[in-house]
Design a protein. Structure first.
Length: 89
C-alpha cells in the first residue's frame, strides 16, 4: 500500500489522522466496511475474517488478538482517510 502523500492530513476535529486520536477499532472497521465492503476489504487485506462469514463482531475479536492484522487495518484506514480529507478520492 502506498504511503500517504499528505502525512499531516487532519480530520474534521483537527487531529492528525495518522495518530488515530480517539478513533476506536470498531469505528475504523465500520468505516472501512462502509467504504469498501467486505469483499473490497478482503481484496486489500487477505484475512479470513473478511472473506468467510464476515461480521463486525468476529472481525473485531480477531483484530484485537492479532497485532499484525490490526496494524494492516489501521494503515488502510489512515491511507483511506488521508486520501478522503485531501480530496484525492
Amino acid at each position: 500500500m502506498p504511503t500517504s502523500s499528505s502525512p499531516e492530513a487532519r480530520d474534521e476535529n483537527g487531529h492528525l489522522i495518522r495518530e488515530l486520536h480517539g478513533v476506536t477499532l470498531a469505528h475504523i472497521l465500520e468505516y472501512l466496511v462502509a467504504h469498501y465492503g467486505w469483499e473490497g476489504l478482503d481484496e486489500r487485506i487477505r484475512i479470513n475474517c473478511f472473506a468467510v462469514n464476515p461480521s463486525i463482531k468476529s472481525s473485531l475479536t480477531f483484530l484485537r488478538r492479532t497485532p499484525w492484522a490490526r496494524t494492516k487495518v489501521e494503515d488502510l484506514y489512515i491511507h483511506t482517510r488521508t486520501k478522503e480529507v485531501s480530496g484525492e478520492q
